[in-house]
Design a protein around this ligand. Structure first.
Ligand code: FAD
Ligand code: MG
Length: 301
């Protein structure tokens, strides 16, 4: 049955990964719809780093130039809104948006990112991406040499500390509970002069997102310039409802081609990668776009 809202590919999520897939598909003349709710995970960060040609640009600048380059390809259409459900039909997929619009496509590319779950610490969310950061490669250079806290415990904290030790010698791990380092980790942290605080944090005191003090539940506080934090995330419900297999860490399981466990559904970007960066989102979107085009090509003959 032919539908007026028929596409070859629907891309759910039109940030770095989704737009990268859209560019490959537009250049292959594929009738593609990009549905995007406009909430990239890095939107609060003042400058994005470590992506060639755009080092230090704002997330908005990168999004705007990406979108304008993709928009030149006439077979790519954009839809602003939220996908509520995506269902596998006997052939292809049905996608329904929050406004009740219904679209069909032969293939789906899921580029929905992940949603960071803010801990219940006052001030944390306001500092996220500004002075409380997730990744040394994205922000470490800018906060090099600063008095830095690492908000994590155990292996995660040790891993972060070993990465950051090269960037600042003023490091304190705040575990917020009894620390869970093994003897060797403990010795190495000690040897490198990395302090450990086990007190629970109550508040991050800041000035417009710039960390000033970390206040503890016992009422004391300590001055810091920046912090790294490892926080949990939520996977998007759409791939889960489609039946895409997840990894033990909660990412969408994909092969090297970006194919999920559901035939005709590909995934790219943060939702399917432990390594989180604009470059990797763009790379994996580029792969997914090419692979989906290849699948369509094969099915046409
Ligand atoms: P996202 O950019 O998160 O985009 C997902 C898109 O999908 C959003 O627009 C969202 O609205 C949309 N979406 C989700 N669900 C739906 C739905 N149901 N319907 C429609 N649309 C939907 N990386 C760097 O390389 N350098 C940096 O400096 C850097 N800084 C960062 C700072 C912070 C605070 C964070 C959190 C991340 C940072 N990153 C940085 C990582 C980088 O932002 C991500 O790796 C990248 O944004 C992933 O791209 P993505 O397209 O997979 O997901
Ligand atoms: Mg983002």
């Amino acid at each position: 049955m032919a539908h007026t809202k028929d596409y070859e590919v629907i891309i759910i999520g039109g940030s770095y990964a989704g737009l990268s897939a859209a560019m490959a598909l537009g250049r292959s003349l594929r009738k593609t719809l990009v549905i995007d709710a406009g909430k990239a995970c890095n939107r609060q960060t003042p400058h994005s780093h470590n992506f060639l040609t755009q080092d230090g640009s704002t997330p908005q600048e990168i999004a705007t130039i990406s979108r304008s380059q993709v928009a030149k390809y006439k077979t790519v259409t954009f839809y602003e809104g939220l996908v509520i459900t995506a269902t596998k039909l006997s052939e292809g997929f049905e996608v329904i948006t929050g406004n009740g619009d219904v679209f069909y496509a032969k293939k789906l590319v899921i580029a929905t990112g992940i949603r960071d779950l803010m801990p219940g610490i006052e001030g944390f969310a306001e500092c996220w991406g500004i002075s409380v950061v997730h990744c040394p490669y994205c922000h470490g250079y800018e906060i090099r040499g600063k008095k830095t806290a690492i908000l994590a415990n155990g292996d995660t904290a040790f891993h972060l500390a070993s990465l950051v030790n090269n960037l600042s010698k003023k490091l304190t791990i705040i575990t917020s509970e009894d620390c869970t380092f093994d003897e060797l980790q403990f010795q190495k942290l000690n040897k490198n002069g990395i302090k450990i605080i086990e007190k629970e944090i109550s508040t991050i005191e800041h000035d417009a997102g710039h960390l000033k003090y970390i206040r503890f539940k016992d009422g004391s506080r300590e001055a810091f310039d920046a912090a790294y934090a490892a926080i949990p995330f939520e996977q998007n419900s759409i791939p889960v409802e489609l039946g895409c297999q997840l990894t033990e860490f909660g990412y969408i399981e994909v092969d090297l081609m970006g194919k999920t466990s559901v035939k005709g559904v590909l995934a790219c970007g943060d939702n399917s990668s432990m390594m989180r960066s604009v470059a990797i989102a763009v790379y994996s979107g580029n792969v997914a776009g090419a692979v989906v085009n290849h699948e369509l090509t094969q099915e046409a003959v």
